[in-house]
Design a protein around this ligand. Structure first.
Ligand code: ZN
Length: 290
């Protein structure tokens, strides 16, 4: 016996799974009739998936006329998805006027996606002036896209100070603009502030900046990748330490000694005394292996 679910949301899913899409749409229409914008999202997403975009648009326009909260945004998102950027922007402006949450940042984001970077920058600056300090994160991204490094960095710094946003992306900005020493400083700052997952970026930036001794120390402090450590030690010709570390790991029954040696083999220095046909030589890399 097949038990059909009675709860409308479960029933709609159940019908979709069985390919009975029109029936599912009828069920979702019933839900959306006196529901909220979430129900309408479910209905219109299914319609769009079925290529029935015009019907979805009709639903959102009816919801706008009926004054459903969030309806301007729903319509704007649909228009944006359909590539009707101009109408979508007008939709987000209407959503802003209706006081819908996130409408302003969606407007700015769409401007950016449409390549209208200067306008996006103006919107983000206005958001910040209006008290939304975290918008500095997005403003920095836009400045970076406009190839304005100092503005990007300044905007991100202010967002960190004012809104407590994550620190590590500042390092990524510096890296993007080839300012490795400043990237290192920013990553160090992020690690010190508890953003532990950034440690690998710090080590990689140190290695890229040619600061191999510091990169090595950072791995040794944190117990990071043995493969990276092996490469770093070989790059610095610290072979005695490499051997000692391999022995230590082996002695402790830890298989990471293999990773250590594999990492070392990625350094050209490791192959100084190898025969010419050494196969591991083909795996040599000039950047820190992970
Ligand atoms: Zn070799």
């Amino acid at each position: 016996m097949i038990i059909e679910p009675l709860n409308p949301e479960d029933r709609a899913d159940w019908l979709i799974e069985r390919g009975r899409v029109d029936e599912a749409i009828t069920v979702l229409e019933g839900l959306a009739r006196d529901g909220d914008d979430g129900d309408l999202y479910n209905l219109t997403a299914l319609l769009v998936e079925q290529g029935r975009v015009e019907e979805a648009e009709t639903h959102w326009r009816a919801a706008v006329s009926a004054g459903l909260p969030g309806a301007h945004g729903g319509l704007a998102a649909l228009l944006a998805e359909s590539g009707r950027t101009g109408e979508a922007l007008a939709g987000w402006r209407a959503a802003m006027e209706a006081g819908e949450p996130h409408a302003w940042s969606e407007l700015a984001r769409l401007l950016g996606r449409a390549g209208r970077v200067d306008e996006a920058i103006a919107e983000y600056r206005a958001m910040i002036a209006g008290g939304d300090a975290a918008a500095g994160r997005d403003l920095a991204k836009m400045y970076a896209r406009a190839d304005r490094p100092d503005d990007a960095i300044g905007a991100y710094r202010r967002a960190i100070d004012a809104a407590g946003v994550a620190r590590w992306p500042l390092g990524a900005l510096f890296e993007r603009f080839g300012r490795l020493d400043e990237a290192v400083a920013a990553y160090r700052d992020a690690v010190a502030a508890g953003e532990e997952h950034v440690r690998y970026r710090l080590i990689r930036a140190l290695a890229s900046a040619g600061r191999l001794a510091e990169a090595t120390a950072a791995i040794q402090e944190s117990g990071g990748s043995r493969r990276s450590l092996g490469w770093l030690l070989a790059e610095q010709r610290r072979f005695a330490e490499l051997e000692a570390e391999a022995c230590r790991l082996k002695g402790a029954g830890r298989m990471e000694w293999v990773s250590l040696i594999v990492g070392a083999q990625r350094s050209a220095n490791y192959h100084d005394d190898c025969p010419a046909d050494c196969e591991a030589r083909t795996k040599v890399v000039r950047e820190l292996p992970q």
